[in-house]
Design a protein around this ligand. Structure first.
Ligand code: ATP
Ligand code: MG
Length: 594
């Protein structure tokens, strides 16, 4: 893992961030052979199709194996889409298995959130399991390996064991306890289980080869002593299996056909196979793909936990977090995340995906499905001097130009409006087509107006813009055919309601927040301006969410605020105090800054 991170970091240092390109990605990842190239299969699909064709498996069973020690992040989404997606494509099934072999960091809060997130993403598992359910079976198999002379109890300290492993270039040394008899090993191991020994005083190791070129084979640790309370098994166990001993056998118990994991586990694969072979159990196989890395974010659960615990964010579901629940609260849709995961494909080499690709997938989906509304985030008052005082008229606005079925709504219009402060300049520079003194613009769905004068406060801030309107342009077009270059949004001042709007920016200010020199931390790369809160003026239809809510299974109502971006209701929102989150802007505003 660290090596991969370092590699990723280097790529960035030298300005070689691998930006997404569908063409490069496919040739790079899959290197498919003739027939499959046309069908665009990734390497996992090729393997599965071959296995099905050759009768290696009648049907496939994959699994998603999270450790319940944190909330799921977008990297996990990739793994979920892959495991569930492959099974779905080939008529197979997927299990959810909690890899809960490390009692210290695990918690039921995480177990619950993981299930919620998988469901939200649109997937359901065939069976739900816990690695801890297999503790008894794993223990019995460990005794079996002892009986076969393939495992022994080692009394060395962890430091001594580490020392004795040797290095990549030098062989390791046999432990002085390596040649214990089967009887002695069995007795010791049983007493380990019975709780007779202190933490760290003994381990069970596989007896393989201390000079093996693959370090994983130098008598790997299978069990350690840990007098710790487990969130499911309580105090029943005081020895816990290591990942390498637990994972493959858990796959095998469930008859997983294709055990898909990230690249850093490729050196573990021979050991995965070794245990299965020696135990003569169902031959699950492991396949590795490149983990998802995205720029401008961190994705290790340890670091995400630190952000939460030390209050750099409001929680795991802070809308700036790269967690699935963070993206959900931010207003992302499951469809957009699935589309993103599809689009990046399955790589065999580590790379870094540009954050903007995620936003691209998001906009592509939201554009099709959300209704448009008008809200002014930074309001300045407009008075139309020649509009009759006290008059209100209802104008017709299109809800979603991408979906006729969404129909239209009525928007109140009158003499006093709010517009965006940035949509007015007293003197328009070249190419500024919005409102300026003497420059005619269209108010969306309403009329052509021309600014005539402004009022200012003592500091010189504009407090009010006086305009005139042309009654003949009702609906937004001039009967004489004259054109305007700018169209701006607005809300009627007496009808508007106030809402808190949270504007988010990237949580980190640099592309590779993890890439820090010794003595520094990724926390120094946090973006100090990642959250801005404003009070917006909203059109009345934004208060009527009941009609819209049925469309969204997750209860989050999403909109496009015309010209301002995509927004959604936040869970803090109440009728008395509405709160909207900005999901993203309409265009990639970041690309311009870079
Ligand atoms: P982290 O390093 O963030 O703690 P992890 O790999 O320890 O992640 P697990 O809960 O063990 O987290 O992961 C569950 C599954 O998700 C594993 O199969 C793992 O390979 C996969 N996974 C985790 N992170 C990524 C990622 N960035 N891209 C793709 N798959 C991932
Ligand atoms: Mg893990």
């Amino acid at each position: 893992m660290q090596i991969l991170q370092r590699l990723a970091g280097n790529a960035l240092q030298f300005g070689r961030t691998i930006h997404y390109s569908p063409i490069i990605n496919h040739s790079m990842q899959n290197e498919p052979n003739g027939d499959n190239r046309e069908r665009n299969l990734n390497f996992l699909e090729e393997i599965i199709e071959d296995d099905l064709k050759n009768g290696v498996h009648k049907s496939i069973l994959t699994r998603f194996p999270p450790e319940p020690n944190g909330y799921l992040h977008i990297g996990h989404a990739k793994s979920i889409c892959l495991n569930f997606g492959l099974a779905k494509k080939y008529g197979g099934k997927t299990n959810l298995r909690f890899d809960d072999t490390n009692p210290v960091k695990e918690d039921t809060e995480y177990v619950d959130s993981i299930q919620e997130d998988i469901h939200w993403l649109g997937f359901d598992w065939a069976e739900k399991h816990y690695a801890s359910d297999y503790f008894e079976q794993l223990y019995e198999w460990a005794e079996l390996l002892i009986q076969k002379g393939l495992a022994y109890v080692d009394d060395q300290s962890l430091d001594e064991i580490r020392e004795g492993r040797g290095t990549v270039t030098t062989p390791g040394k046999n432990s002085p306890y390596r040649d214990r008899t089967v009887e002695e090993n069995l007795d010791m191991f049983r007493r380990m289980r019975a709780g007779e020994f202190a933490d760290g005083s003994k381990v069970l190791r596989a007896k393989i080869d201390m000079a093996h070129p693959n370090m994983q084979f130098r008598d790997p640790i299978m069990y350690r002593i840990l007098h710790a309370h487990h969130h499911r098994t309580g105090d029943k166990w005081c020895i816990y299996p290591m990942y390498d001993y637990a994972h493959g056998q858990s796959d095998s118990i469930e008859h997983i056909t294709h055990s898909i994991c990230t690249l850093e586990f490729d050196i573990h694969r021979p050991l995965y196979d070794w245990f299965i072979e020696k135990l003569e159990i169902f031959p699950s196989h492991q396949y590795e793909f490149a983990r998802l890395n995205i720029n401008y974010t961190v994705m290790s659960k340890r670091k995400l936990l630190q952000l939460v615990k030390e209050n750099y964010v409001s929680g795991w579901d802070d809308p700036r977090m790269p967690t699935i629940c963070g993206f959900r609260r931010r207003g992302y849709t499951p469809e957009s995340i699935r589309a993103f995961c599809d689009r990046i494909g399955v790589a065999k080499r580590d790379n870094i995906i540009d954050y903007s690709l995620l936003e691209f997938s998001l906009r592509e989906h939201l554009n099709k499905v959300v209704q448009r509304r008008m809200a002014v985030l930074d309001p300045v008052k407009v008075i139309i001097d020649n509009y009759p005082e006290g008059q209100t008229e209802m104008l017709t606005a299109v809800n979603n130009p991408e979906c006729e079925g969404d129909g239209t709504r009525q928007v109140p219009f009158g003499r006093e409006l709010w517009i965006e402060r940035e949509d007015f300049m007293e003197v328009a520079p070249k190419k500024y087509f919005r409102m300026a003194i003497g420059q005619e613009v269209r108010l969306r769905y309403a009329y052509f107006v021309t600014a005539q004068s402004v009022e200012k406060d003592a500091e010189g801030n504009i407090t009010c813009i006086h305009c005139t309107y042309d009654p003949a342009t009702r609906g937004g077009d001039a009967p004489d055919g004259r054109k305007v270059k700018g169209t701006i949004h607005w809300v009627s001042a007496p009808h508007a309601f106030d809402a808190e709007v949270r504007l988010f920016d990237r949580l980190f200010a640099v592309e590779a927040p993890d890439d820090v020199e010794e003595g520094h931390t990724f926390l120094e790369n946090l973006n100090p301006n990642s959250l801005k809160v404003v009070t917006a003026k909203c059109e009345p239809a934004l208060a009527e969410q009941k009609a819209e809510i049925g469309k969204w299974k997750d209860g989050i109502v999403r909109y496009q605020f015309e010209r301002m971006g995509y927004f959604c209701t936040d869970r803090d929102s109440t009728p008395e105090h509405p709160v909207f989150n900005r999901t993203c802007t309409l265009k990639d505003s970041w690309a311009k800054i870079k």
